[in-house]
Design a protein around this ligand. Structure first.
Ligand SMILES: [Mn+2]
Length: 440
């Protein structure tokens, strides 16, 4: 009996025709072809249980041909087997299953996964380090951390410098006027040029490009006017001719020290070999300068106080940089000529290229100063100071709110830059292309 039933399950169409056509059993279903394929088929007809209580309703043999997905097949089989789970009994599970099965969904899943990877690496590589650096700078400027590190840079008295002019103030009549009269040419301009390094031709080209007029414009050089490039003394002559102002860069400092060293040694008759042995490139530059040229360079201060310019506040020109929060009188002069980075704990500046650039701390300090001032008194402008500097060819032209870096690597075949400040504080950067004199 059990065997018979499995037969009847095995050949569902035959019982169907059997039921439908009970009195005429010799119709198509019992053709010879069927017999050839299934020798038991006739037997199955004869043994099919009729009218018994265990007989399956015929509707259960009907399949929906349009429903060919795996889930529909799962449904028809699950009615027989209670072991397999019916997804459709739990509506939300079935819903999720149908989404996951859809090929479009899988395609989107890949796209979302890629986007997720991009977002994560962006956060890890760019955003998080930026936020971390910003937080570290804020901590470095927080007065509460001052005691922990035992004092910041500038709290001790600096050693006295001899043979160096620490500071000068620019003649105020050279400054552009605070208000610009519309439709008129600027009455006065300041043309501040980054590291020239003996590139006289390029300096001349730049002055021509800004239509420099010595009767109304004033040239300021941010130091490192000489050395490395081809025409050191030519640059000094041009600057003197134009009545330019200057600051002392690390290269002026070195060449002038070399000169005084040479003089010292040539005065000693016993030590004449010294100049012969160390006839380096820097020594040749030092020798090429006349006493007048050297005296002009010697007169360049380390810090040049320019004065107040509209929208820029107090403006100062140095070669390297300034430590924020330290008065100009207490700045350490060799650092002012050479700094690139700053220690966040102690605020001690360094010429090293590795670390937090000093201008980041400087800008943040002055932003905090300006915003805290706004809360207290909005009628007076805050005591912020804008620094215009050179020295950092690696960072190239670097214009920020309170710091303006103008060394764009002219001597390395890049550009010579000028910051031109006009009446009303309007300013723009003008550049010329340079020949390559030194491989960077
Ligand atoms: Mn320099």
């Amino acid at each position: 009996m059990a065997r018979d039933r499995t037969h009847s399950f095995g050949y569902p169409p035959k019982p169907t025709s059997f039921e439908m056509d009970m009195d005429n059993i010799t119709v198509s279903s019992s053709s010879d072809d069927d017999d050839a394929i299934n020798p038991h088929s006739r037997n199955a007809f004869q043994s099919f249980p009729r009218g018994g209580s265990t007989q399956r309703p015929l509707i259960s043999f009907v399949t929906n041909k349009w429903e060919t997905s795996r889930s529909s097949r799962g449904r028809s089989s699950s009615s027989d087997s209670s072991a397999s789970y019916d997804w459709h009994r739990v509506p939300w599970l079935g819903f999720i299953a149908s989404i996951v099965m859809a090929p479009k969904f899988r395609r989107y899943l890949v796209v979302y996964a890629i986007l997720l990877v991009f977002a994560y690496t962006g956060w890890e590589a760019v955003l998080q380090p930026m936020i971390k650096e910003h937080e570290e700078i804020l901590t470095a400027l927080n007065v509460d951390t001052l005691e922990k590190v035992g004092g910041w840079f500038g709290t001790n008295v600096r050693p006295e410098f001899v043979d160096v002019v620490p500071m000068k103030t620019l003649d105020p009549t050279l400054l552009p006027s605070p208000e610009r009269i519309q439709s008129l040419k600027s009455s006065r301009r300041l043309v501040i040029v980054g590291d020239v390094h003996g590139c006289q031709d390029e300096l001349e080209k730049l002055l021509k490009k800004v239509t420099f007029d010595p009767s109304s414009d004033h040239l300021i050089l941010t130091g490192d006017m000489i050395n490395k490039g081809p025409k050191s003394s030519g640059v000094v002559d041009l600057a003197r001719e134009l009545g330019a102002s200057c600051v002392r860069g690390n290269h002026e400092d070195r060449i002038l020290l070399e000169r005084s060293d040479m003089k010292l040694h040539t005065n000693e008759a016993s030590d004449q070999e010294y100049t012969v042995v160390s006839d380096t490139a820097e020594r040749r530059v030092a020798k090429s300068l006349s006493d007048d040229q050297a005296a002009w360079l010697q007169d360049c201060p380390v810090i040049l106080k320019v004065g107040v310019i509209k929208d820029m506040g107090e403006v100062t020109v140095v070669h390297g940089g300034l430590v924020p929060g330290v008065p100009l009188e207490r700045q350490e002069l060799s650092s002012v000529m050479s700094m690139r980075t700053i220690d966040l704990d102690t605020h001690v500046p360094s010429a090293s290229k590795d670390g937090i650039p000093w201008f980041k701390l400087y800008n943040q300090y002055h932003k905090l100063l300006a915003s805290s001032h706004e809360d207290v008194d909005s009628s007076h402008p805050p005591k912020t100071m804008t620094v215009i500097y050179g020295h950092d060819a690696a960072k190239s032209l670097n214009i920020r709110q309170y710091t303006k870096g103008l060394d764009s690597g002219c001597v390395y075949g890049r550009k010579l830059s000028a910051l031109v400040i006009e009446d009303g504080g309007k300013n723009e950067v003008v550049q010329v292309k340079c020949d390559e004199y030194v491989k960077s």
